[in-house]
Write a protein that binds this ligand. Structure first.
Ligand code: SF4
Ligand code: SF4
Length: 361
């Protein structure tokens, strides 16, 4: 087993954290069974958030009676100290626990600090002094806020996207965190589904000390894959390095991570899917993206109002309106019969009637 320690928190676990965002999409019984199986299989770190609908409640039910054997992290989107206090009480009740191991600010647009007039950090400190939380963390998608949180010396962990598609600036942040003794909780280690080789994702991240990936898990198949890595951690061998190099070559440059921070869109466009369509249709089974539902979703793209709201909100600085337009044009060509390269010669026109209805895979 390969373990990692989250900086000065001292939290030491195997390198498979359970990201509990996706369990909000599955029925309660299924989620509870999945989490219990994760625990039996050796997963000890669970990350959730007040903003993930019933994720905390499902975790709370599944982990009841196991509290002292696990680490639980949650997040708040509170904008004031009072909101944070209310959120924390709801979170503790939902999780059926008296304390959180890590409580994180959930992607705030600024780095909360004492005296900044929001009262947020003061409320965190008060909760820590009261024993309701053990460590203070922050999750973010913005490099600027992430750097500020490290520089401030106020945080014990940073949750930030990290995968083998990371840019140099992401690695600089990682090194800075390590130097500051901050734990790094890696989200989007599969880059929102664009990385399909989880062993490669695991092996690449495992080379960094103090980094814990939290895998977004919602099915037993996914869970089994990560559980197998506890006993048999994939190594960064030549074969895996080759996978990583190939993916980097295909996915280099700026791409949509599917985070959804640019939404909702006033024109009802599912930006976080439409902006990635060209890549997803080539990397995953294309039939999944040729359903009537997918076509209807893409059909909204020409309705873009050019308001620019998504461009301003994107933490990666992407020109989302241009990106969705480009993906839309490619999608129309595919529907018209353009071969989908990289997808084993699949031709939309040869295998699928454009007016046929298929359920999503
Ligand atoms: S620019 Fe277009 S896609 Fe972006 S938020 Fe506005 S309407 Fe939606
Ligand atoms: S365009 Fe930016 S904010 Fe929107 S989903 Fe993609 S990466 Fe996230």
């Amino acid at each position: 087993m390969s373990t990692t320690t989250l900086g000065k928190t001292g939290i030491t676990v195997n390198r498979n954290g359970f990201g509990a965002l996706p369990i909000q999409r599955i029925p309660r019984e299924t989620a509870v069974a999945l989490i219990r199986k994760a625990f039996r299989g050796g997963i000890r770190f669970f990350d959730t958030g007040r903003g993930y609908s019933d994720s905390e409640a499902k975790l709370g039910e599944a982990l009841e009676g196991l509290r002292k054997n696990v680490f639980i992290a949650s997040k708040t989107q509170a904008k004031t100290g009072d909101d944070l206090r209310t959120d924390l009480e709801k979170t503790l009740a939902a999780l059926r626990t008296g304390y959180l191991d890590i409580y994180q600010f959930h992607n705030p647009p600024f780095c909360p600090k004492p005296g900044d007039s929001s009262g947020l950090y003061e409320a965190m400190l008060e909760a820590k002094e009261a024993g309701k939380i053990r460590h203070i963390g922050i999750s973010n998608h913005r490099l600027r806020v992430a750097h500020e949180s490290v520089d401030s010396g106020l945080y014990e962990t940073l949750q930030f996207p990290l995968s083998y598609l990371a840019a140099e600036k992401d690695l600089e942040l990682l090194a800075k965190c390590a130097a500051a003794g901050m734990g790094f909780i890696a989200m989007k280690a599969l880059s929102g589904g664009l990385i399909t080789n989880s062993a490669a994702a695991y092996a690449w991240i495992a080379q960094f000390d103090g980094v814990l990936p939290i895998w977004g898990i919602q099915s037993e198949t996914e869970l089994d894959e990560f559980l197998s890595y506890i006993e048999n951690p994939p190594a960064l061998a030549d074969e895996i390095k080759a996978v990583i190099e190939k993916d980097r070559a295909e996915l280099q440059g700026e791409f949509c991570r599917g985070c959804g921070y640019c939404m909702p869109c006033p024109a009802g466009i599912e930006i976080n899917t439409c902006a990635r369509m060209s890549r997803m249709i080539r990397r995953l089974p294309p039939q999944r993206f040729l359903t009537q539902e997918s076509r209807a979703m893409m059909a909204k793209v020409p309705g873009c109002l050019r308001c620019g709201q998504c461009r301003t909100a994107c933490p990666y600085g992407l020109d989302a309106p241009a990106l969705i337009a480009k993906n839309y044009a490619d999608y129309q060509e595919i529907l018209a019969g353009k071969p989908i390269e990289g997808s084993e010669g699949y031709r939309a026109s040869a295998t699928l009637n454009p007016f046929e209805t298929r359920s999503s895979a």
